[in-house]
Design a protein around this ligand. Structure first.
Ligand SMILES: [Zn+2]
Length: 445
């Protein structure tokens, strides 16, 4: 499920997301460079003090140790992988791929030995504790077999073993950066690009057709690309914002490229055979150079489970501008046009769930404010296209519902509603329904 914006509202990874992806490429590279300089003296001191640890080098995979991070503070990490430096001459000449145990996997990175505080090394890892933590942390994922290079969202929740398999396979980011339009963007997760791309520190994407290349010169030659916007039909334009509907069957390569790109920012998104079955809704900011993708969501053409959204992503340079909420709102506007109720495919990512909760809270409580308690969940669902289960869970989580005499009763004290609305934050950009020119998908002969 999609990673989203509103990272700032997620306490466990708020500052983290803001530093890695939130600001986009150039700014956060700058921050990274600055912190490398700042902690150096302390690191030198700590590594001198740990001369006795030299005998234990290189550190084993699985080792737990404290690591200087870009916030100039020590954080606990676990060593996921290690590799020899090109200048290798002694066991000290390794670098380590570490997972910050307090943070989301998107912040995993390669660090130098000097960044590790060897006085804090713990070698015996308690696997049981770790298993439990992993299960608690990751209730999202799927068992779908990885059998092709196409990528789409999986469906089922993962059991611990499959989750471990996923984490083993995707443990090290393969592409560190991408260039897309005018942005250089640090990636967050592994993405299953064809093997010949795996040794590239940076990939260059054409921002219109999403073809990717290993070298800048290839991209420059490609710039004669005749597309200046995503393929497919423009179904919405309001001001500088446009939404394109791309049929995965008619634009297979684009759909696959989009999935490769999206996986760099979505952890638990599974490789999936067929983009044919999906429609992609690509949101763009338009100017005289073209329509620049800011994010997208995908949607199954036919969903038995009334899913109206499969994957959702706002690209890091565009996060925290209300685009994620716009995409969610848009998915419900499509459901209303179809006269259906919809729900996002599970599992939701951490940031995805936050955005959805915020959206559901705002939409439902605005209605409750007008109608007081004189409205049923069914009526709310009919008005909003939000599935009844999601309405119930949202209102329950806000403590606005009671079960009396076999019935759910909504309690809508205006003061309480206002308090929750305030906490839910701003609504983001509105979808102007009058600008949506769209008819529901129908299979053509
Ligand atoms: Zn192109």
């Amino acid at each position: 499920m999609g990673s989203m914006e509103e990272a700032s509202t997620a306490p466990e990874n708020g500052s983290a997301a803001a530093t890695t992806g939130g600001g986009g490429g150039t700014a956060c590279n700058g921050a990274g460079a600055a912190s490398n300089g700042g902690g150096l003296e302390r690191r030198l001191r700590s590594s001198t003090a740990s001369a006795s640890w030299a005998a234990h080098l290189p550190l084993e995979v699985g080792t737990r140790v404290m690591c200087w991070w870009r916030d100039q503070k020590l954080h606990p990490v676990k060593v996921i992988e290690r590799r020899k430096l090109s200048s290798y001459s002694s066991p000290a000449d390794y670098e380590y791929y570490v997972h910050y145990t307090e943070f989301n996997r998107r912040l995993d990175e390669w660090v130098k030995l000097e960044q590790l505080d060897l006085d804090t090394v713990e070698t015996d890892v308690d696997e049981k504790v770790e298993d439990k933590a992993t299960i608690l942390k990751m209730t999202r994922h799927q068992k779908r077999k990885i059998d092709e290079t196409h990528v789409e969202q999986g469906h089922e929740e993962l059991d611990a073993a499959s989750l471990r398999e996923h984490e083993e396979f995707t443990k090290v980011k393969n592409i560190a950066k991408i260039e897309l339009g005018r942005y250089e963007i640090d990636t967050w997760y592994f993405s299953p690009f064809p093997p010949e791309y795996n040794d590239c520190p940076k990939l260059f994407f054409c921002e219109f057709c999403l073809n990717f290349m290993k070298r800048k010169e290839q991209l420059q030659r490609h710039m004669k690309c005749d597309l200046k916007h995503p393929p497919g039909d423009e179904i919405y334009r309001s001001g500088t914002l446009s939404m394109f509907e791309v049929d995965g069957k008619k634009n297979k390569v684009y759909g696959q490229n989009l999935c490769y790109l999206a996986k760099l920012f979505l952890d638990h998104k599974t490789l999936y055979y067929d983009v044919d079955l999906f429609l992609f809704y690509v949101l763009c900011e338009c100017d005289d150079r073209g329509c620049h993708m800011v994010g997208y969501f995908s949607k199954e053409k036919h969903s038995e489970e009334s899913y109206n959204l499969a994957c959702i992503l706002t690209l890091p340079p565009y996060q925290r501008k209300g685009y994620g909420k716009f995409l969610i709102a848009f998915s419900y506007e499509l459901s209303k046009k179809e006269s259906k109720v919809g729900t996002p495919e599970r599992p939701l990512s951490d940031l995805g769930l936050l955005s959805y909760r915020g959206y559901w809270t705002r939409v439902l409580l605005e209605i409750l404010k007008k109608h007081k308690s004189n409205i049923s969940i069914k009526e709310l669902s009919d008005m909003t296209a939000i599935k009844a289960d999601d309405i119930l869970s949202t209102l329950q989580s806000l403590d606005l519902i009671q079960y009396r005499k076999g019935q759910h009763v909504i309690c809508a004290d205006p003061k309480v509603l206002d308090r929750h609305l305030k906490a839910a934050g701003r609504g983001g950009l509105d979808v102007d329904v009058s600008k949506l020119i769209w008819t529901p998908y129908k299979e053509q002969g």
